[in-house]
Structures are given as C-alpha cells and as structure tokens.
Ligand binder design. Structure first.
Ligand code: ADP
Ligand code: ZN
Length: 218
C-alpha cells in the first residue's frame, strides 16, 4: 500500500490515516506531526518551521522534502506507507515523484477527501489532542469521557495553536492557493480517487476499505 491522502485541513486525513495504518500495518507519515515533534524538541528544523506553522503557512519545501525522503528510506516504510499532509504543493509533488521513480516505486493512489468549509471549521475549532499519546477528540463529535482528559491514557488534552479561527482561515487560503492544484496534478497521472470527507470516520473507513479491496491494494 502506497497512498497519499489529499484534502483541506480538517478533512480527516490524520484520523483516517491512523485507522488505515493500524489496519493495514503500513507506515503513517504525517508531515504535520513530524514537524510538531521537531518544534517540541526545539531542534534546528523545528525552530525553522515553527513560525510558518503558527501562522498557518507552509514550512519551506526543502525542510519538508528531506524529512519525508529520510522516512521513506527507513526500513519502516518498506511494507508501504500512507502520506498525510504531503505533498502540499506542486514542487513537493515533483520532488516526491522523482524520488519514487529513482527507487522504482509506484504510488498506488491519491485519495482526495472532498470536504465542505463549514464542516472543516467546526471540526478544527473543536479539535482537542492528547499531549501524551496523540489521540484526537472533538468537544462535540468525539468528546472524551472526562473533559480535558484522554480516555486512552489519562493524558492532558490540548488545542493546537493553529486551530484558532484566524489561523484556520489562513490554512484554508494556503490550501486553495497551493495544495488544491494537486487535484489536477494527480488526475492527470490517473491516480486520483475522490471521496467525500463530510461523512463520519467509520463510514469513510469502510468506503476506503472497499475501494482498496477492489483495486487490490493491500
Ligand atoms: P492540517 O492538514 O490540519 O493543516 P497538518 O498537521 O498536516 O495540519 O499541518 C500543520 C502545519 O504544518 C501546516 O499548516 C504547515 O505549516 C506545516 N506542514 C505540514 N505538512 C507540510 C508540508 N508538506 N509542507 C509544508 N508545511 C507543512
Ligand atoms: Zn492519550
């Protein structure tokens, strides 16, 4: 399985990628998560990316591309991968495509989660994340049993700095200006599978599972 999940912020890429990678036992490669880890560690890379992330802008391509290529070269990626949050513009898609070609690796599919803007805003403003294990909640849609506490590990739930309304608006703008072009890019490569991201997590998972089965993607 070699898949890219494409879609606006809040489409549910991260949630779906977590369920899919658990089920298919492939690598979940989320550039946003990797960058947040670097920021938390205050590494050189993290310090370079932090300002962009807080404003909802894209981090510089070369930082992100190197990070992804390193991960794809690791043994964990051998069984397959689901990319979540990468590529995010045409330059990244081209660098990624070149790298895959060099390694004679074929990308199976790009799954585009088409999602409406009012749903995105509701999902992102209500999103809460466990500081300890990364589990994702929503104050209305997926509330934890005890407010502010992770059901799975008892960790503290927090709100991402970029999940505020102003930053969400900017992330959507950046998505429309830079990332949406990848829909056509992968349509031309005949790799795009379009599915609604407005449905709930379970329903989307079932749909994708059926699709992968039909396509013989395992
Ligand atoms: P979302 O898809 O909900 O916006 P992510 O966790 O994927 O959230 O990304 C958060 C932030 O991390 C982005 O706004 C951007 O600053 C940075 N980022 C993540 N992936 C990339 C990427 N491929 N290229 C550049 N910046 C990225
Ligand atoms: Zn937790």
């Amino acid at each position: 399985m070699r898949i890219v999940l494409l879609g606006p912020p809040g489409a549910g890429k991260g949630t779906q990628a977590a369920i899919l990678t658990d089920y298919y036992k492939v690598l979940h490669l989320a550039t946003g998560d990797l960058l947040r880890e670097e920021v938390a560690k205050a590494s050189e890379l993290g310090l370079k990316a932090k300002g962009y992330m807080e404003k909802g802008e894209l981090a510089p391509d070369e930082l992100v591309i190197d990070m992804v290529i390193n991960k794809l070269n690791s043994p964990e990626a051998e069984k397959g991968f689901i990319l979540d949050g990468f590529p995010r513009n045409v330059a990244q898609a081209e660098a990624f495509g070149k790298r895959l070609a060099e390694k004679s690796i074929n990308l199976d599919n790009v799954i585009y989660l088409e999602t409406s803007e009012d749903i995105i805003v509701k999902r992102l403003t209500g999103r809460r994340i466990c500081r300890a294990c990364g589990a994702v909640y929503h104050v209305v849609n997926i509330p934890p049993k005890v407010k502010g506490v992770c059901d799975k590990c008892g960790g503290e739930l927090y709100q991402r700095k970029d999940d505020t309304i102003e930053t969400i608006k900017n992330r959507l703008k950046v998505y429309n200006q830079q990332t949406a072009a990848l829909i056509d890019y992968y349509k031309k490569e005949d790799k795009l599978f379009m599915v609604s991201g407005d449905v709930d997590t379970r329903e989307l998972f079932t749909k994708l599972q059926e699709y992968f089965k039909k396509q013989n993607i395992i």
